[in-house]
Design a protein around this ligand. Structure first.
Ligand code: ADP
Ligand code: MG
Length: 198
């Protein structure tokens, strides 16, 4: 079971990915929590570019995201899935499509991300950009390249479209962490039952 969290920055992806891992482990599942960009070398290049520590262009950046993903999929995600583990991924290729298509051609982005496995459960966490920015502001120093509000509005719309295209579930996060957690758990529980894993 491959579960992916997506949404704009500050929507609560990392918080909820961690809480879902905890809930599933309590049920006895073996769970791997992972994220993109990864903590590997290519992920480091990407994070440095997002922090403006080196300058590149949108196309090179998206190719780096795809390269980071290729390594992540082949060396972590697929092996863990083969071992019967549940993978929870905090951002994945849908982020490349949602953020990348602000500057790069959508069909080109799809092409360079072809062949990567799609999520069994795609969860799009949705929050008004103004609230997301406020939440980030409280917890992080400095805003990264992508975090301007206008951009976030367009990215949010892109995530709505992606949820339709890929059968994702949109969950609003303008409520308490606990309420969001419960809603996510209900969705995942149902899917696990459908798949005979629960
Ligand atoms: P993301 O990974 O989507 O960027 P985080 O999970 O890091 O977001 O959350 C950003 C900030 O918002 C953190 O300080 C987190 O504690 C807080 N937060 C997350 N979910 C909620 C919520 N439902 N209500 C209030 N604050 C939240
Ligand atoms: Mg996060």
């Amino acid at each position: 079971m491959f579960i992916v969290f997506e949404g704009i920055d500050g929507a609560g992806l990392s918080t909820q990915a961690f809480l879902l891992q905890d809930s599933l482990e309590k049920l006895g599942f073996k769970v791997v929590l992972t994220k993109e960009p990864t903590d590997g070398l290519i992920g480091g290049l990407i994070k440095a570019a997002l922090r403006c520590e080196w300058k590149t262009d949108p196309w090179t950046l998206q190719i780096l995201f795809a390269a980071d993903r290729s390594h992540h999929v082949r060396h972590y995600i697929l092996p863990a899935l083969k071992e019967g583990k549940i993978i929870i991924c905090d951002r994945y290729l849908y982020s490349s499509l949602a953020y990348g298509s602000l500057e790069c051609d959508y069909s080109w982005l799809k092409r360079i991300n072809e062949g990567f496995p799609h999520a069994d459960i795609l969860i799009v966490l949705d929050l008004e950009p103004e609230i997301a920015i406020r939440r980030i502001g409280k917890s992080r120093l400095g805003l990264e390249l992508f975090e301007e509000i206008e951009k976030l509005r367009r990215v949010r719309e892109n995530f709505f479209r992606l949820a339709e295209e890929y059968g994702g579930i949109v969950i609003k996060t303008n409520k308490s962490i606990k309420d969001v957690q419960r809603e996510i758990f209900r969705v995942v529980e149902e899917k696990l039952r459908e798949s005979g894993l629960l």
